[in-house]
Design a protein around this ligand. Structure first.
Ligand code: ADP
Ligand code: MG
Length: 684
């Protein structure tokens, strides 16, 4: 192999040289020593190449040789292995022999010294044996070392074996454990499977039973439905027939309907026409009847007397005191409710008025007719006359429990208006005023102190009006009460002694009723004047002075002016002295014409007041006891302002309202030329 290597190196060297040589440029230069050299070198090269070829051949030979040697080496190695095995066997054998020998030696040692000697002898005697011995000892030593080593190995292997044994044991134990666990799980699984199987079977059985029951029920239902179906079929057939019939009817219905509508329309139109003509007829009749009623009512009131004078006697009160002064001096006629007897200074005096009311009577029926007249469009005046304390305010205003004429009149007014509400539209307005010392004041105004004037309407109608007099529209009795309260507070704040003041002033409540007939558009206006007059007692006589005297004079003047006016009206005098006082001037249009007047003369029944009572009753009689000629009232339809002189028409015979059995004694007759004769009571 070394040779081989060397040759290879040589070859490489040669090749590199060759490479170099090839690289050097070869210039053709004949005759040049270099070309000679080159030729030499080429030769050399070819020689070397030959050599290389030889070498290569040698090399392949050598390679072959190497191969052979390698094969031989493998053989040798095999043999070496065999040898080594043999050697091991030999060693084994030898070691056994050594052990035997040792044992022999030990046994020999245990024997007697002659043996040593023999050995020595043997040693001495045989050097060859000795050498063999030493050799074998050396070999023995070597083998022992090897044995020790093997032992060591053996020991390690034993240890390994032991540990692997232990491992095996552990693994086995684990495997056993796992196996037992597996067994247990398997058992459990089996059990569970068993119970599940049982459950499943049970559920299946139950479901099956249920299903069977349900199935049965369904079957029964089905049978019922089938029978129903069988019975329904004929019904369905009839229904279908009905439906078809109805459908046909519905199809022809619009035509029928149209026809029916046409005929109904025609009928309705005819009926409406009939009703309309009937209505027209009825309306005409109604209007005629209405006119007739109005006329009749008016006639009735007129027959009773457009101006009626009644007396009302108040009861004796605590304020009248006790003793002879407070004794009753007034009696009534049981047969005639128009007669009143008064015992004055021991002398009985009788008076005849239109009606006399005892302390317990109510004058509602008197008021009712007047209210109807007012709604019909006539003006109405209701006066309360009498001395202070005779009951004027009580009669006009009354108390909360026992309301007076004001309240009753307005209540009647509202109820009558409501009754007629379907045909008539009414608006009711209210004003309140006061006349004190011939000065007119608005009780509902913002400034009650302001003096109001009475003016003639600029439209030439001859009507009077009061500019600035407040008017409140009222819809119900509550509204009226509010107005009264307002007037009262106005008066209370204005005067410190209201009682005294009110007894010396005239309080007026003016209610205007404006109506419109919805069907005809006819309009009416009626005025209701409710007057609580000032006390009629005569103060001047007792020598009063200053303002008290002035008051008394004013009261006296206005009351006698009122008496004159009423007397003049009742006696149909040509001239009525309206302008003699503020009161009569203000009430001119409500006193004249076809207006109605009610004079309530209040009378105190007690002894101490007989003088004033006598005076009041005389006043009452003066204004009423005017003997009218037959018939002149017939002609009184016009207004007084336009009819200054009335002609007496003897042809018209109407009943005499004042013709009474107990007529008051007449004294003196005043007659106006060519007009009315009147019979007057002696004036107070
Ligand atoms: P005048 O207003 O005339 O001054 P009043 O109306 O104030 O008189 O009445 C005086 C008193 O007499 C009051 O206490 C009143 O309650 C009472 N009075 C008047 N008339 C009646 C009557 N018919 N019934 C009961 N009390 C009356
Ligand atoms: Mg009064």
């Amino acid at each position: 192999m070394v040779e081989n290597e060397r040759l290879r190196q040589e070859m490489r060297r040669c090749e590199s040289e060759l490479q170099e040589l090839r690289a050097t440029p070869v210039a053709p230069c004949p005759g040049c020593e270099h070309s000679q050299e080159s030729a030499q070198l080429r030769d050399k090269l070819s020689q070397l190449q030959l050599e290389v070829a030889e070498n290569k051949g040698m090399l392949s030979e050598l390679n072959l040789e190497v191969q052979q040697k390698t094969d031989r080496l493998a053989e040798v190695e095999l043999r070496l292995k065999d040898c080594l095995a043999e050697k091991a066997q030999e060693e084994e054998r030898l070691s056994r022999r050594l052990r035997d020998s040792h044992e022999t030696i030990a046994s020999l040692r245990a024997l007697s010294p002659p043996v040593k000697y023999v050995i020595k002898t043997v040693e001495v005697e045989s050097p060859k044996t000795k050498q063999a011995l030493s050799e074998s000892q050396a070999r023995n030593q070597h083998l022992q070392e090897q044995v020790a080593m093997q032992r060591q190995v053996l020991k390690e292997m034993e240890q390994q074996l032991q540990s692997s044994h232990q491992l095996t044991m552990q693994l086995r134990a684990q495997i056993a454990m796992y196996e037992s666990e597996l067994e247990r799980a398997h058992g459990q699984m089996l059990e569970e499977m068993q119970s599940l199987e049982e459950d499943k079977n049970r559920a299946i059985e139950e479901a099956f039973a249920r299903a069977q029951v349900e199935m049965k029920a369904v079957h029964e239902n089905l049978a019922g439905v089938r029978t129903n179906l069988l019975t329904l079929q004929p019904a369905l057939r009839t229904l279908t027939n009905d439906y078809n019939g109805l459908k046909r009817q519905v199809r022809s219905f619009p035509l029928l309907l149209q026809e029916a509508l046409r005929s109904v329309k025609a009928e309705i139109g005819q009926a409406i026409e009939e009703v309309n003509s009937n209505n027209q007829e009825l309306l005409r009749k109604y209007r005629r009847e209405l006119q007739l009623r109005k006329k009749c009512h008016n006639e009735l009131v007129r027959l009773k007397g457009n101006i009626r004078v009644i007396a009302r006697v108040r009861p004796i009160t605590k304020e009248d005191g006790e003793g002879p002064e407070a004794a009753n001096a007034v009696t009534f006629d049981p047969d005639d409710d128009a007669i009143i007897h008064l015992l004055h200074k021991g002398k009985p005096v009788s008076f005849e008025l239109d009606k006399v009311f005892s302390p317990r009577a109510s004058q509602q029926d008197e008021v009712q007719a007047l209210i109807t007249s007012c709604i019909d469009g006539f003006n109405v005046c209701i006066f309360a006359y009498g001395q202070t304390g005779a009951g004027k305010t009580y009669t006009m205003e009354g108390t909360h429990e026992n309301p007076g004429i004001n309240q009753r009149a307005l209540q009647l007014l509202f109820s009558e208006v409501q009754e007629k509400a379907s045909d008539w539209e009414y608006t009711i307005t209210v004003s309140a005023a006061e006349i004190y010392n011939e000065v007119l004041r608005d009780l509902l105004g913002k400034e009650p102190q302001e003096k109001l004037e009475i003016r003639l309407c600029p439209d030439g109608s001859g009507q009077l009006y009061v500019p600035g007099l407040t008017e409140f529209q009222v819809q119900c009795v509550d509204d009226i009460n509010k107005v009264f309260e307002f007037g009262h507070t106005n008066r209370t704040t204005e005067f410190t002694n209201l009682n005294e003041h009110s007894s010396r002033s005239h309080a007026l409540l003016i209610v205007t009723v404006r109506g419109m007939d919805c069907s005809t558009g006819l309009r009416t206006t009626g005025k209701l004047n409710l007057v609580d007059l000032a006390g009629s007692e005569r103060v001047g006589k007792s020598g009063a002075e200053g303002s008290r005297l002035r008051e008394a004079q004013h009261i006296n003047k206005s009351l006698s002016a009122l008496g004159d006016v009423i007397a003049a009206l009742r006696s149909r005098q040509g001239h009525v002295p309206f302008r003699n006082s503020k009161l009569t001037y203000l009430l001119q249009d409500s006193l004249s014409g076809d207006s109605k007047t009610l004079m309530v003369v209040q009378v105190s029944p007690v002894e101490k007041n007989t003088s004033e009572t006598l005076y009041s009753l005389k006043f009452a009689e003066r204004v009423r006891s005017v003997e009218l000629g037959p018939g002149p009232r017939r002609a009184e339809l016009g207004s007084w302002s336009s009819q200054e002189h009335l002609e007496w028409e003897p042809a018209c015979q109407t009943p005499q309202p004042s013709a009474r059995a107990h007529s008051a004694p007449s004294s003196g007759t005043t007659s106006r030329p060519g007009s009315i004769r009147r019979k007057l009571q002696p004036s107070a």
